[in-house]
Design a protein. Structure first.
Length: 325
């Protein structure tokens, strides 16, 4: 007769197992928090002892140092990426994007950074795809893009009359940053690199360019005299968080939850930015923010819904909520 092996009374209870879906949701929640931290840091940079060049050096330098051995093993696959595709990635999410996001954030608010950059990307991606010969968005995608445009108008209307040149200029720069990020999003779809390789393709040339701009005096630096707390904050948020962890966590979440669920959940980052900016940056949400941010978020959710296939029309690629910087 078989005996049943029982656990001793004093043995510790086995740890509960976490399901793959739960791990995916945890990774996605951490990613959204990092995305929100990027928007908050873009606004906080204007009041810190760091210059934009210093923040950029931390943003691109930390991943290069931490991932150096892994990047060296992937050097051939990274070097094999077509120059045109590499240019989309490096320009779209590298130094031009970073400086535009930081400057735009200094003129506006965290809510603007967190809403305009990710919110407008589906519109810009759709425009790039149409320019490349893809079909026009339809159905819920078209409705989502219209909502995004309406939300952006709701954000900026109160600064048009009377004209607030600083805010409008900042919003324009953030729209430029969003267009660059759309270019990066399209470029990512053209490479076969894993997340670590993609980080290396972006960060290595960006760090080299940023270092040259600082060493030649084109961009000023205050890193040597900056407060230690500011350096630590941006090292953690921009270098480790945005530069390293966000890409790896988002890729992990997509593998566990799928791209569509991940992108829809990720569209909540503008809401997280608004909520966190109140206690952390003492920003008071205006009526335009309270109206525009939810409309943009709803638009991004709809824009990422894949329409039912229509056999009579050409396939349309859904705009993708981008993995934020």
């Amino acid at each position: 007769m078989a005996t049943t092996e029982s656990r001793p009374a004093d043995a510790p209870a086995p740890a509960p197992r976490v399901s793959p879906q739960a791990r995916g949701m945890l990774a996605l929640a951490a990613t959204v928090a990092i995305w929100a931290a990027f928007a908050l840091s873009a606004r906080a940079l204007s009041t810190s002892s760091l210059r934009p060049a210093d923040a950029a050096l931390l943003r691109f330098g930390v991943p290069v140092v931490v991932l150096a051995p892994a990047l060296w093993r992937r050097r051939r696959s990274i070097a094999a990426v077509r120059p045109a595709t590499a240019a989309k990635i490096v320009c779209g999410a590298g130094v031009p994007f970073f400086l535009a996001a930081m400057y735009g954030g200094s003129l506006t608010s965290a809510a603007f950074v967190g809403s305009l950059i990710p919110g407008m990307v589906p519109l810009f991606v759709s425009a790039l795809m149409m320019a490349g010969g893809r079909g026009a968005p339809r159905g819920t995608q078209a409705a989502g893009l219209a909502l995004i445009a309406a939300g952006v108008l709701a954000l900026v209307w109160r600064y048009v009359v009377p004209v607030d040149t600083d805010v409008l200029a900042g919003a324009g720069v953030l729209l430029l940053a969003s267009g660059l990020w759309a270019l990066y999003t399209v470029g990512l779809k053209e490479v076969a690199l894993d997340p670590v390789g993609s980080i290396g393709l972006l960060c290595v040339p960006s760090f080299v360019v940023m270092a040259l701009l600082v060493l030649t005096g084109v961009l000023p630096t205050g890193l040597a005299s900056a407060a230690g707390g500011d350096i630590a904050l941006f090292l953690v948020v921009q270098g480790l968080g945005v530069g390293l962890c966000a890409g790896l966590l988002y890729a992990f979440a997509i593998r566990r939850l799928g791209a569509e669920r991940s992108s829809v959940f990720g569209s909540l980052s503008p809401v997280a930015v608004v909520l966190l900016a109140v206690p952390l940056l003492h920003e008071s949400p205006t009526v335009s923010v309270l109206v525009g941010v939810p409309v943009i978020t709803a638009g991004v959710v709809l824009a990422n819904r894949r329409p039912a296939p229509d056999p009579l029309s050409a396939p349309v690629s859904a705009p993708v909520t981008p993995r934020l910087p």
